[in-house]
Design a protein around this ligand. Structure first.
Ligand SMILES: Cc1ncc(COP(=O)(O)O)c(C=O)c1O
Length: 344
């Protein structure tokens, strides 16, 4: 099967498997796992932050980040298709007692003027807005990347207004690759950053939350509360270290494959996509004109050896990653073309 459902499907590389087998471990709840400690230090250093915390998932990282920046009964601004809003089971409400105030941006990229308009007035009738949550790259906006100046402007203005900024950087290394900037430049203006080791970087498990030392200390307590105290987690952190050090440099290949897919998809009758908007490893395309709903197309592709999901009845999403080659992308296009011809 060629699997374009997500970059989460990558399997650990032989180097990761070796490192996992040989990892030095200890009890991480006592902070005695040397491999986890090394991963947390490296993640913080690479992101230019004071401290880091290894968490099992991106969802837990975002959940804890919101908790450390807010109190119950406050508002958090995010874009209207944000992962934290649509795909994290309302954890923000459940764990932090906060309300998300979504702001729509057609290309997924918020600007300060949009955010400013959504800040609740200080009054007896409004809950205070205390946090802005920004997703870079923006998954449901097709892997869109925040231009540096737009993100810097958001953070500077948010800080002036006394708001914190959390960056959901699940794919921040993809954004850095697209901008050709060190990832620490993208992280610098934010108060905290969550990024995933288990997506484009290819680790089997794990995400990182980085920020101020005092905030990460509190985050460690919330991780334990959520059941994320993982004991001899060095076996996972060992793969994470390889993901962090050795995988970012190759993300450009995934982006080139995504552009290839977009260019070929644009040639197929009934499919709508603007290849110029594909910046990273996510390709979202509209299949309305083919007469097939995404559920039907998903099934037709599965029988042809291709895994790909719809994100709604009209749009499919293909994600490129370490475990799909250019040749497999070409085979994927042939499978889609065949499925559309069969429908006709
Ligand atoms: C932008 C974004 N943030 C957070 C997450 C959550 O990561 P996890 O699946 O590890 O909980 C994802 C997962 O796809 C994501 O795409």
């Amino acid at each position: 099967m060629i699997d374009l459902r997500s970059d989460t499907v990558t399997r650990p590389t032989p180097a990761m498997r070796r490192a996992m087998a040989e990892a030095e471990v200890g009890d991480d709840v006592y902070r005695e796992d040397p491999t986890v400690n090394r991963l947390e230090e490296r993640a913080a250093a690479i992101m230019g932050k004071e401290a880091g915390l290894f968490v099992p998932t991106g969802t837990m990282g975002n959940t804890i980040a919101v908790k450390i920046h807010t109190d119950h009964g406050q508002e958090v601004i995010c874009e209207s298709r944000a992962h934290v809003l649509d795909w994290e089971l309302a954890m923000l409400a459940w764990f932090s007692g906060c309300l998300l105030r979504p702001v729509a941006a057609s290309d997924g990229i918020l600007h300060w003027r949009d955010i400013e308009a959504a800040i609740r007035p200080k009054s007896a009738h409004s809950a205070p807005t205390t946090l802005v949550e920004i997703e870079n790259t923006h998954n449901m906006a097709g892997g869109a990347v925040y231009p540096m100046d737009v993100f810097e402007d958001i953070c500077a203005n948010a800080h002036d207004r006394g708001l914190k900024v959390h960056l959901d950087g699940a794919r921040i290394f993809n954004a850095a690759c697209h901008l050709n900037r060190p990832v620490r430049d993208l992280a610098a203006p934010a108060d905290s950053v969550m990024f995933c080791l288990s997506k484009g970087l290819g680790a089997p498990v794990g995400s990182m939350l980085v920020g101020r030392a005092e905030a990460i200390d509190r985050a460690r307590g919330y991780r334990k509360r959520l059941g994320g105290g993982m004991r001899q987690a060095g076996v996972l952190a060992a793969a994470g270290l390889i993901a962090l050090e050795e995988m970012p440099h190759r993300l450009g290949e995934d982006h080139a494959n995504a552009r290839f897919l977009a260019g070929e998809l644009a040639k197929l009758a009934g499919i709508q996509i603007d290849p110029a908007r594909v910046q990273t490893n996510i390709v979202i395309f509209d299949v309305t004109g083919t007469g097939l709903a995404t559920t039907a197309l998903t099934l037709a592709l599965k029988t042809r050896g291709l895994l790909m999901n719809g994100i709604n009845p009209r749009q499919m999403r293909a994600v490129t990653h370490f475990d799909v080659s250019r040749e497999q992308c070409a085979t994927a296009i042939a499978a889609i073309s065949e499925a559309l011809a069969a429908k006709r």
